[in-house]
Design a protein around this ligand. Sequence first.
Ligand code: ADP
Ligand code: MG
Length: 275
Amino acid sequence: MTDLTREATGTIAESTMTDFEIKNLRVSVEGREILKGISLGISKGQVHAVMGPNGSGKSTLSHTLMGHPNYKVTGGEVLFKGQNILLLPTEQRAKLGLFLALQYPVVVPGITMSNFLRTALNAKRGYDGKDKSKAISPKEFRALLKDEMAVLRMDDSFLPRYVNEGFSGGEKKRAEILQMAILKPEIAILDETDSGLDIDSIKFVSEAVNRMRGPGLGVLIITHYTRVLKFITPDFVHVLVNGEFVLSGGPEVADRLEAKGYSEWVKESPTKEVK
Ligand code: ADP
Ligand code: MG
């Protein structure tokens, strides 16, 4: 008997449950159903990729997971640490250990990167502005920032800048990766982290994600393109078309998409209007 099966015995009830479980999720935007009952389980230590053509519902999935009010959940649940996170406010989801990097990061004028990072970290630590013992000390925070920025090869000039204001595509992604490195989430969802990036930035972001990979982190990469998956090899690939998963498998699914695109399921053309 292998260690794996030995470990599995006795925990049969749990073995069907992953750490982060999307179950039969249905989502409507402005009265139109976009996600039509999708299910996907992510365990810590795994990297999953959701791939699909434009308009298939990829960003709808990431916005829903983060709790954007425009995305109306009409069915299903998302279980994480014994809770249906869809019922929790966004900051509670983050506090549980969920991290979302959005396709289009927002600009936050007037808030510097370092303030933003410290506030986000303190919120995760449960500091609500009252109990100072929960807040990270300025000294500890500076040391943490310094370490993480050294690993990411980012220079200090980032820190006094306002969040995402005037950042290039590559800088925005680096800022997000830094946020992820500081917050150390258990589940990270990266939406089109590769879009609009030059190849050096893609490599940089991939390297950073690969460094963070490990038994304590589950990753969901959402992307249209196969190119980021050349640098981050996913354990599982799921193809989303028209709000439904049409194919799931190992990394070979990405190779198939690389060769054939999404032509098996949709006719794609650059001018195609997304209905
Ligand atoms: P993807 O990220 O795969 O390109 P999206 O999830 O962004 O796809 O979009 C899926 C569908 O939902 C598209 O038809 C899009 O027009 C629609 N949609 C997404 N967000 C909104 C929104 N905020 N308002 C109206 N329609 C939306
Ligand atoms: Mg998108």
